[in-house]
Design a binder for this molecule. Structure first.
Ligand SMILES: NC(=O)c1ccc[n+]([C@@H]2O[C@H](COP(=O)([O-])OP(=O)(O)OC[C@H]3O[C@@H](n4cnc5c(N)ncnc54)[C@H](O)[C@@H]3O)[C@@H](O)[C@H]2O)c1
Length: 251
């Protein structure tokens, strides 16, 4: 098992990709603190995974609230004695109307969750990782930051927030490298999950024609990448963005 004796704090853990990451990490021996804004889905997750209480705890958390994030991470450290891995996965993709008519509040909400939330979590866990001289931070971005996303209302703040995640990843990698902490991003392409269920099933055949590997993503594809970045094998990799999209974009 590749993550034995390690504890990971996973945000958005009851969603498609977060759930797959949590399941995969548990199977590799990790203890998971699963944080999500959705209490019902967290309960459902605990039932689905069926891990014993020692390997999974859940916490209701809005990652856009810094005080709550700090409290949740401090509690996770107190409960487990350590946090080795942070998976910044919580995200929100608004349904778009014409972009010039989108509420400014919507723009702010997307940035609050997708960018501020990742910064708040990283900031809250950093001192603990510095004190322990090690840790892994994995930020979930999106292929949208490379190809510009969709031009509809929700696509513009979403793409901007996910590009911001790449800058955050690189600057945190510089700030934390001296302490043995790696910071990397994963940029998934279109992947089956609750976030994409309203449009991806109908579009996947057409979309797959433009993907060299000929299919869209599955949550386990992202979980595999997160496992690699969290593992010993990735100990000399930092500040990178791992594109997991079947070749949809090349950097
Ligand atoms: N599915 C895709 O095609 C795709 C592609 C690129 C990037 N991503 C990114 O992957 C991540 C996971 O997305 P997913 O596809 O699993 O979507 P999802 O909607 O299934 O999961 C997102 C999870 O985040 C949680 N969440 C939302 N707002 C939150 C908040 N304020 N605080 C805490 N939790 C919150 C939701 O409750 C949900 O469980 C997101 O960051 C998303 O932007 C997804």
């Amino acid at each position: 098992m590749r993550l034995e004796n390690l504890t990971a704090f996973v945000t958005g853990a009851s969603g498609g990709l977060g759930l797959a990451i949590a399941e995969r990490f548990i199977a590799e021996g990790a203890t998971i603190v699963a944080a999500d804004i959705d209490r019902d889905r967290l309960d459902q997750m605990a039932e689905t995974i069926g891990a014993d209480g020692d390997q999974l705890t859940t916490v209701v958390l809005d990652v856009s609230n810094y005080d709550d994030v700090k409290a949740a991470i401090n509690q996770a450290i107190a409960d487990n004695g350590q946090l080795d891995i942070l998976i910044n996965n919580a995200g929100f993709s608004p349904k778009g109307t014409y972009w010039l008519e989108t509420d400014i509040a919507e723009w702010q909400r997307v940035l609050d969750i997708n960018l501020n939330g990742e910064y708040f979590c990283a900031r809250s866990v950093a001192q603990h990782m510095i004190d322990r001289q090690g840790g892994r931070i994995i930020n979930i971005s999106s292929s949208a930051w490379r190809h510009g996303g969709v031009a509809a209302g929700g696509g513009i703040p979403y793409t901007s927030s996910k590009a911001g995640v790449i800058g955050l990843t690189r600057s945190l990698a510089k700030a934390l490298g001296a302490y043995g902490i790696t910071v990397n991003a994963i940029a998934p392409g279109p992947t089956h999950s609750p976030m994409t269920e309203s449009w991806l099933p109908q579009s996947q055949d057409k979309l797959s024609e433009s993907i060299p590997l000929g299919r869209v993503g599955e949550p386990k594809d992202i979980a595999n990448a997160a496992l690699f970045l969290a593992s010993d094998e990735a100990s000399f990799i930092t500040g990178q963005c791992l594109d997991v999209n079947g070749g949809l974009t090349f950097s």
